[in-house]
Design a protein around this ligand. Structure first.
Ligand code: NI
Ligand code: MN
Length: 225
């Protein structure tokens, strides 16, 4: 499993020669200007919730690639009405896709589309493929629901928002990593806007002081599990 960071909350996950894009917000992110969405591969596009900073490039990439959009029922219906392909899910549900098993789990946040239409309830994903399991939390507050995850799953990596203001900040993300029983964290949802700028060294040190490893990737950089 190879995970590439495309800035903000945008990721690409490669499993078994399949490309799974997550929350593509790239063309509108000045910090990701070296990434061209026309060069991105996508067999699937996972969407955690309907906010602009998670869906901006979904339509363009899905149109070009024919990728299957996976999200909650309301978000998938929104794109199916535009003629795009989708697989609707809802909280607590899992499905065996060709890349592996995917579960849609709870997140505490909101989820309206930029035009104000209803984007269902926000979520996160647990992806199991090639004998590795990762948790992509999406935009979320710290929530006790996270404690349910290790009751069923041993995580190899957790991707947690750390930028504060709209989501968890560093302190809550450290507690979250306790809740999910995973010490290997990839931080995301930071630095894109003024509200969510963080001090990288301080963030890494705080995780280190709690016996945890916080990775912060440069835009375009990958990590292999
Ligand atoms: Ni959001
Ligand atoms: Mn967001």
């Amino acid at each position: 499993m190879k995970i590439t960071f495309y800035g903000h909350a945008s990721l690409s996950i490669e499993i078994k020669d399949l490309s799974i894009l997550v929350d593509p917000f790239i063309s509108g992110n000045e910090k990701a200007s070296e990434i061209d969405i026309n060069n991105l591969k996508a067999d699937y596009i996972l969407v955690t919730h309907a906010h602009q900073d998670h869906i901006l490039d979904v339509e363009a990439i899905a149109k070009r690639t024919g990728a299957i959009i996976v999200s909650n029922f309301e978000i998938v219906t929104y794109y199916q009405n535009k003629g795009l392909e989708g697989h609707p899910m809802n909280h607590g549900g899992s499905w065996d896709f060709e890349f592996g098993n995917l579960k849609y789990v709870n997140a505490i946040h909101t989820s309206s589309f930029p035009d104000g239409s209803y984007g269902g309830q926000p979520g996160g994903f647990i992806i199991e493929g090639e004998h590795k399991t990762i948790y992509i939390a999406g935009d979320t507050a710290l929530t006790m629901d996270m404690k349910l995850i290790p009751m069923q799953t041993k995580l190899d990596l957790a991707i947690l928002p750390i930028g504060d203001n709209f989501t968890m900040g560093i302190e809550d993300a450290i507690l979250a990593s306790n809740f999910i029983e995973c010490d290997k964290i990839l931080g995301y949802h930071f630095d894109t806007f003024g509200y969510i700028e963080i001090n990288h060294e301080e963030a890494k040190r705080k995780f280190f002081d709690n016996d945890k490893d916080l990775m912060l990737l440069d835009i375009g950089e990958s990590v292999e599990l």
